[in-house]
Design a protein around this ligand. Structure first.
Ligand SMILES: C[S@@+](CC[C@H](N)C(=O)[O-])C[C@H]1O[C@@H](n2cnc3c(N)ncnc32)[C@H](O)[C@@H]1O
Length: 289
């Protein structure tokens, strides 16, 4: 049922939540449940329609209801993550432009950035590389967390870098954040205090079992080899010469964590814990790499 005329925000959220739940959507691209996704949709549209405050009893303008209805319909019929339909996603408290050439930002690395990578990193990093940057969310959030840093965002996809550049511009960071097209480290120069990366790490079997929403994202951002380790292992092999002697690599591998740990038993990878959810992220110092 489409949202009714003359309803308030609370009624709207309940209706949209019910529609999302009935459609058995998958949540995991910025929210993990139907209610939060309905709230995100409403808040974004109300702001775009000029609302300055958002309360439970406020009437939802008709123009907003119509737009919301079109987006809900598209979410259900196409299974596109809401972020693509809104053209925007949130990461580390910051809004990022997104489209279907980049993954929807959702890495648990956000929590590490908010904690300034403590206790691993003792001094604020001066040079940071966000390898496999997609929308640029990780590198840009690092640039905001470390205001004196120089940051390189790199990706093999020129389409992804176009979005990353729009996000650099959005935050006025053109003087200290650069976007570079590169197959992993191929076009990267110099050494970094921190290399942080959320690369593709999904293996073929896991990929085939994913919910529809993941197939609306670029496979280039997810899939790597039959066990999900091709790119993570290349990064571990090549990273040392791009790190300062006191530098750190932070690498996300999601559900491929066990496979990576087994493939590199000789490496003292530190598997990190997260208070806000998430796992499958490890760190290793340059000295141990
Ligand atoms: C999992 S996505 C991560 C995007 C972003 N860091 C985030 O957290 O939302 C992986 C990214 O790696 C890029 N990529 C895939 N293969 C690559 C390669 N060989 N070299 C550099 N980037 C690559 C993809 O284009 C994609 O943008």
């Amino acid at each position: 049922m489409a949202p009714q005329h003359g309803i308030n925000t609370q009624q709207f959220i309940k209706q949209i939540t019910a529609r999302f739940e009935m459609a058995c959507l998958h949540f995991g691209h910025g929210t993990d449940n139907a209610w939060d996704e309905a709230c995100w949709l409403l808040e974004t549209l109300l702001k775009r329609h000029g609302a300055t405050e958002i309360g439970a009893e406020l009437p939802v303008p008709q123009s907003c209801l119509e737009e919301a209805n079109a987006i809900v319909q598209a979410r259900i019929t196409t299974r596109k993550p809401l972020a693509y339909l809104l053209g925007e996603a949130w990461f580390c408290g910051l809004a990022f432009h997104v489209n279907e050439h980049v993954l929807v930002p959702r890495s648990p690395i956000a929590e590490l950035i908010a904690n300034e990578f403590q206790p691993m990193i003792k001094e604020a990093p001066k040079r940071i590389l966000d390898l496999c940057t997609g929308s640029g969310c990780i590198g840009i959030a690092c640039a905001m967390a470390f205001p004196d840093s120089q940051v390189v965002l790199s990706d093999i996809s020129e389409d992804a870098l176009e979005i990353a550049r729009r996000n650099i511009e959005r935050y006025g960071l053109g003087d200290r954040v650069a976007a570079v097209r590169s197959d992993l480290f191929e076009e990267i120069n110099g050494r970094f205090d921190l290399v942080v990366t959320n690369p593709p790490y999904v293996g073929e079997t896991e990929y085939e079992s994913l919910p529809e929403e993941f197939f609306r994202e670029p496979a280039l951002g997810l899939l790597t080899g039959h066990d999900g380790l091709d790119i993570p292992l290349r990064i571990l092999k090549q990273c040392r010469r791009y790190l300062e002697d006191t530098g750190w690599l932070v690498l996300e591998v999601g559900n491929s964590d066990e496979a990576l740990a087994n493939a590199c038993i000789e490496l003292p990878l530190i598997w990190l814990d997260f208070e806000q959810g998430g796992s499958g992220v490890c760190a290793i110092s340059a000295a141990d790499l």
